[in-house]
Design a protein. Structure first.
Length: 164
């Protein structure tokens, strides 16, 4: 009976030891993995020169184009998967070809300046980079075009009969 109890204790202790050792190993591996510097991770990285543009005050029907220039500072080709504007008044175009490490490209944005008033819009850029989602901002104020002064000639001046 004593040997059975000793064997049972031995089996239970081995199971607990194995479980504790496994937990310790998982914690250790997790800690080592999270301490790997990001520079060692091989991925694309998108870096914009600017992430916002202020058109200022512009006239109605003025040029609403702007290009957000960026560079792939990562170690893998950068693929822009999607460019989504916050409303239909802003159209954004993305490059379709992969941007190789060290190369530059741009996101072209066009705001519809037929709309009068102030605006604040955002454009979300989604890619395979480590910073996978970047938000770009545009703002400004569209004012009405000034009315043109058209000289008006008097019609029939001097030719209209005047009653005595």
């Amino acid at each position: 009976m004593i040997t059975f109890k000793n064997n049972l204790k031995s089996i239970i202790m081995k199971k607990y030891s194995t479980i504790l050792l496994s937990i310790f190993a998982f914690i250790l591996v997790g800690k080592i993995y999270t301490e790997i510097p990001q520079a060692q991770v091989s991925q694309a990285h998108i870096e914009f020169e600017v992430t916002s543009h202020d058109y200022g005050t512009i006239q109605q029907n003025a040029n609403g184009n702007f290009s957000f220039k960026f560079k792939n500072t990562g170690k893998e080709p950068l693929i822009i998967q999607n460019v989504q504007s916050s409303c239909g008044c802003t159209v954004a175009k993305r490059p379709t070809a992969p941007i190789l490490p060290g190369e530059s490209s741009e996101i072209s944005v066009k705001y519809d300046t037929r709309r009068i008033g102030s605006f604040h819009k955002n454009i979300t850029v989604t890619s395979n980079a480590d910073n996978a989602s970047v938000v770009l901002y545009i703002k400004g104020n569209v004012v009405e075009q000034p009315k043109e002064d058209v000289p008006v000639k008097p019609v029939n001046e001097g030719f209209t009969p005047v009653a005595p």
